[in-house]
Design a protein around this ligand. Structure first.
Ligand code: SAM
Ligand code: SF4
Length: 317
């Protein structure tokens, strides 16, 4: 289905939980998660009904996210059932990777096509600092598990944070020389509830091009990343300029939060509830969400914060 600005909306990002086994400083407030009542969250059946409704309107790509989707007890069942919904052609998952050693193969068998893994640093101390509680060793074992399970084109998402990991751009990009992965640098977004980095943290992705003049532009199907490659690399380096160069004109997505709110735009506070509705009613609400998509989100910068109205872990990145 097209929105009011002629954009064909084909992509649903479904957050299956707000819970997480990490506490990334740019995503969660220091005090951690405020757990909601179980009865306020979508059930598995409601999630699947929403995916069926979305597929009936032309959604063909589904990304499962969170919070950390792999801490959800019934994640394999959600994936298996979602993959089988007619119209869903591609099922992807975004994860911090910590639980991939045990879950990569079962996810593949459950019908997950692609994995995006978040990793912001290759320094063990910095990893523990940025995630507050995580271990780099576990994340790297997760990356290896995704590759061993045979996932193709694993993407590694790195939030670029001035003063934190801008000195690691080369090391991170050079992972593409050793592994068949795409490394994607994402600009740090000023999201509610997680604003502990100062103005210097906001650096443009173009910094990557300055650091690595050897990068050569390559064509890629991505709508949001500008893609490059290091000579001899096994994967691409992508730049996602979410702050300095929004991709609203290309936006083909809507979001559904774990507590049952459709979000037409990541950076808008507008939310459309679907919990407790029938498939027909959900279909109407999804239509309303698509038609409510704004042409563009408001300007983002160190001084102009996102109007999302919630922290990232409650939306799904
Ligand atoms: N827990 C999973 C993970 O970390 O991959 C999935 C959920 S997480 C909210 C999804 C993505 O959002 C991650 O790649 C994370 O780095 C990104 N993210 C969270 N907060 C962000 C922020 N303030 N700016 C840019 N990206 C952010
Ligand atoms: Fe958890 Fe992902 Fe947010 Fe980190 S970015 S706190 S792993 S939801």
């Amino acid at each position: 289905m097209k929105d009011r600005f002629g954009r064909e909306i084909t992509y649903l990002r479904l957050s299956v939980t707000e819970l997480c086994n990490l506490r990334c400083r740019y995503c969660m407030p220091a005090e951690g998660i405020c757990k909601k009542r179980h009865e306020d969250m979508l059930t598995e059946e409601e999630m699947l009904t929403a995916v069926r409704a979305a597929a009936s309107l032309g959604i063909c790509k589904l990304r499962i996210t969170g919070g950390e989707p792999l801490v959800k007890k019934n994640i394999l069942s959600i994936c298996r059932n979602a993959a089988g919904i007619p119209g869903i052609e591609e099922l992807c998952i975004t994860t911090n990777g910590i639980l991939l050693p045990e879950l990569a193969m079962p996810l593949r068998e459950a019908g997950v096509d692609r994995i995006n893994m978040s990793l912001d640093t290759l320094d063990p101390q910095k990893y523990s600092h940025i995630t507050r509680i995580g271990s780099l060793k576990d994340a790297l074992l997760g990356l290896q598990a995704a590759l061993d399970a045979g996932f193709k084109r694993v993407k590694m998402n790195t939030v670029l944070i001035g003063g934190f990991n801008d000195d690691e751009i080369q090391n991170l990009a050079e992972l593409t020389l050793r592994y068949p992965v795409d490394v994607r640098f994402i600009e740090y977004m000023p999201m509610p509830g997680a604003l502990e980095f100062g103005p210097d943290a906001y650096i443009p992705c173009d910094m990557v091009l300055k650091c690595l003049p050897r990068l050569e532009p390559v064509a890629d199907e991505s709508r949001v990343a500008r893609c490059y490659r290091l000579p001899g690399a096994l994967g691409n380096v992508g730049l996602i300029s979410a702050v300095t160069n929004d991709f609203c004109a290309e936006c083909n997505r809507i979001r559904l939060t774990a507590d049952g709110k459709l979000k037409p735009c990541l950076h808008s506070g507008q939310e459309i509830p679907i919990k407790g509705l029938s498939q027909e009613e959900m279909t109407e609400q999804i239509k309303a969400a698509i038609l409510a998509k704004p042409r563009c989100h408001t300007l983002l910068s160190a001084g102009a914060h996102s109007h999302a109205g919630r922290a990232m872990y409650t939306i799904g990145g």
